[in-house]
Design a binder for this molecule. Structure first.
Ligand SMILES: NC(=O)c1ccc[n+]([C@@H]2O[C@H](COP(=O)([O-])OP(=O)(O)OC[C@H]3O[C@@H](n4cnc5c(N)ncnc54)[C@H](O)[C@@H]3O)[C@@H](O)[C@H]2O)c1
Ligand SMILES: [Zn+2]
Length: 637
């Protein structure tokens, strides 16, 4: 084997230099390019210390502080099979891998005394004065415990936009993206209060105190939640088959883009294993991160178009110089919303970096080289010319009835919800062009002859289309309501509402208070539902006049089952999955709720001394507490 000391040295130097820049929030190369450097060095000198080196120890403005327990990195894989073999027969817990900066919080006698960064893993920086501005940090624990709580400090897209605004106002430089700005602000001497735009998620607890020796990860996360820390929602995974479903979920959060994730982190649920397996100098052996190989590319924005959605939301899309990423040719990329365009000052001519990880939709990362000038927003809807209004971070066309884009979107949504097969978007467009359909109820007045007027539609297909439309007249009521496309609702919410208000008339007459009284409906949703139903009143009437007879749900298995009219709250772990127990209660005519109120019949728990908030509330209100066995006995009676 030939040893190339020069190549090794220059690679190692480059790696250390890029690490320093990266952890100061000023990376010069993409993660993919950086990882390539590490791979090259690994081939030449697998044991090189630069590969084992965690983080960076660049001189910073903050006081250095030692970590009693090192803050390590994570082992990572891009390959599902590797993750599966690492898992073996163990139960594991998955969490989002949030892309920000590690932060460790030191508590003495329950009081937060220090917040520190990871630094090089052994020596971090004291950033307490900045972290104190983060509202997710808990200043005092419920008990006077000594411990260290570790987690990720990060910035959401929405906060990033607000932060950019404020930084520009203060005459500071425009930050490049939500990830880099976290490290960037932590390394600043001034404007400490800007850290109030950051959020924190807690994922680890270290302590010698036996009160904090949790048997498993789920128990640890429950404790963190009870103490008031936001956590990356943990998912307990037993079987290999549950893994890919979970990864799909993580992927959809990644795609939504509001919070920057770069994968998922898994740990063995059994904490005894953590102590047994221990750490290498670089990572713990009981955790594994799974990342989607992110390939990045640079392109130029040729144009920004603004499309109107079914609900009138105007979404900016960048048309870019085509580039190939992970095997796909990318020609345009979503810019999410108007606020995003403002935050990054996006415009024609900007050179931008985009990333595509696995099969995830390509995503805008940051501006590499800005074209001169300022971003702009459209003044009017491209489809109906109506003046646009701001609704939170989005621009919106409020011309619901007269905007062609919204009308088409509305009818398409109806077709999907009412499950009318074969009526494609193309066919709908043709029907609109022929003047056959302008409102959704027009569908129900069409004859077979009308369908025959459509291009490429022969007798047999025309018959079929007509039949499919007729069949949808007796759709289930929940689907009918879902087809109205009322903001803040989905099929499950309508099904839930119909349990309490089991007819169209009852739903239409419901007040905000009646909806709010249903478990799981907040004030805002209740408002949206009542306002939405009233705005859609004409359409509902027109659909009924066209002969629609939505089927109300048959009264649940029976209100006169033994639990008819009774409501139960389940808390803690039972011997069977919760959904199964809920199913049994429903079959017996009962309902379940997530919160205890005066109306609760009984709280079901196997741990009456848990001291959980539900148990406390049950005690205050004098609600009976049943064990799982009590419940099963009553069901069998
Ligand atoms: N572009 C560059 O110049 C450059 C330079 C150096 C490193 N990098 C990139 O940085 C990465 C390596 O950095 P790293 O050592 O910080 O590792 P990492 O970012 O891959 O993972 C380790 C970190 O994940 C965080 N984390 C987030 N959510 C978590 C959760 N739910 N549970 C546990 N931990 C969680 C923790 O803070 C932990 O320290 C690589 O992706 C590399 O490409 C890029
Ligand atoms: Zn419009």
């Amino acid at each position: 084997m030939t040893y190339k000391p020069d190549a090794v040295k220059s690679l190692a130097d480059a790696i250390m230099r890029h690490k320093r820049l990266y952890y100061q929030g000023k990376p010069e190369i993409s993660d993919a390019d950086y990882d390539r450097l590490e791979d090259q060095l690994r081939q030449l000198a697998p044991e090189h210390p630069a590969l084992e080196y965690v983080g960076s120890d660049a001189p910073g403005v903050n006081r250095k502080v030692a970590h009693e327990t090192p803050m390590l990195s994570l082992q990572k894989t891009y390959v599902l099979d590797d993750l599966i073999s690492w898992k073996g027969d163990h139960d594991i817990v998955g969490t989002w891998k949030v892309d920000g900066n590690s932060l460790s919080l030191v508590y003495k006698k329950g009081q937060l005394v220090l917040a520190k960064t990871r630094g090089n893993g052994r020596l971090g920086e004291d950033v307490t004065s900045k972290a104190q501005w983060v509202s997710d940090l808990v200043p005092r624990l419920q008990q006077p415990l000594d411990c260290e709580i570790r987690g990720e400090l990060y910035c959401t897209e929405h906060h990033f936009a607000e932060l950019v605004d404020e930084m520009l106002d203060l005459g500071l430089e425009r930050p490049s993206n939500p990830r880099n700005i976290v490290a960037g602000l932590l390394g600043r001497r001034s404007h400490l209060n800007l850290a109030r735009y950051f959020n924190f998620l807690a994922f680890e607890v270290l302590s010698d105190d036996s009160a904090l020796h949790f048997k498993d990860e789920i128990e640890k996360f429950a404790w963190l939640t009870a103490e008031g820390f936001p956590i990356p929602e943990p998912k307990l995974i037993h079987k290999e088959s549950e893994l890919s479903a979970y990864l799909d979920q993580v992927k959809s959060v990644m795609e939504a883009g509001e919070i920057g994730l770069d994968g998922a982190v898994f740990s063995f649920n059994n904490r005894d294993l953590h102590y047994e397996l221990g750490n290498t100098s670089h990572h713990p052996r009981y955790k594994m991160s799974y990342k989607w190989q992110g390939q990045t590319a640079v392109s130029v924005i040729k144009d920004i178009t603004w499309a109107t959605s079914r609900l009138g939301v105007i979404t900016p899309v960048a048309v870019i110089e085509p580039v190939t990423l992970s095997g796909a040719k990318i020609t345009n990329i979503t810019l999410h919303n108007a606020e995003h365009v403002m935050a990054y000052n996006l415009k024609k001519g900007d050179e931008i970096e985009i990333v595509r990880s696995g099969e995830v939709i390509p995503k805008f990362l940051e501006v590499k080289k800005a074209a001169p000038g300022r971003y702009s927003w459209p003044a009017a809807c491209g489809d109906c010319n109506e003046t646009l209004e701001f609704d939170g971070v989005r621009l919106r066309c409020l011309n619901e009835a007269g905007c062609p884009a919204q009308q088409t979107g509305f009818i398409l949504n109806w077709i999907r919800c009412a499950e009318i097969d074969d009526l494609s978007e193309k066919r709908l467009a043709a029907m609109q062009d022929l003047g056959l359909v302008s409102q959704v109820d027009d569908l129900y007045h069409l004859s077979v002859e009308d369908f025959l007027k459509l291009p490429l539609t022969k007798e047999k297909m025309a018959q079929k289309l007509w039949k499919n439309v007729q069949k949808s007249k007796t759709l289930p009521l929940a689907r009918f309501l879902n087809g109205l496309g009322i903001q803040g609702t989905g099929l499950t919410s309508w099904e839930k509402i119909l349990e309490d208000l089991p007819s169209l008339d009852k739903v239409r007459q419901a007040s905000e208070d009646q909806i709010k009284a249903i478990d799981g409906f907040a004030e805002k949703t209740a408002q949206q539902i009542v306002a939405g139903l009233s705005a859609k009143s004409n359409i509902i009437d027109a659909l009924l006049a066209a002969g629609l007879k939505p089927k109300a749900p048959s009264r649940s298995t029976s209100a006169d089952g033994i639990f008819g009219g009774q409501t139960f709250v389940i808390t803690g772990t039972l011997s069977k999955p919760r959904a199964e127990i809920e199913g049994l209660i429903k079959q017996a005519g009962g309902k379940t709720s997530s919160s205890v109120s005066k109306k609760t019949t009984a709280v079901i728990t196997n741990d009456p001394d848990s001291g959980s908030s539900k148990m406390k509330k049950a005690q205050t209100l004098g609600i009976p507490v049943w064990s799982e066995d009590n419940l099963l006995e009553k069901l069998e009676a």
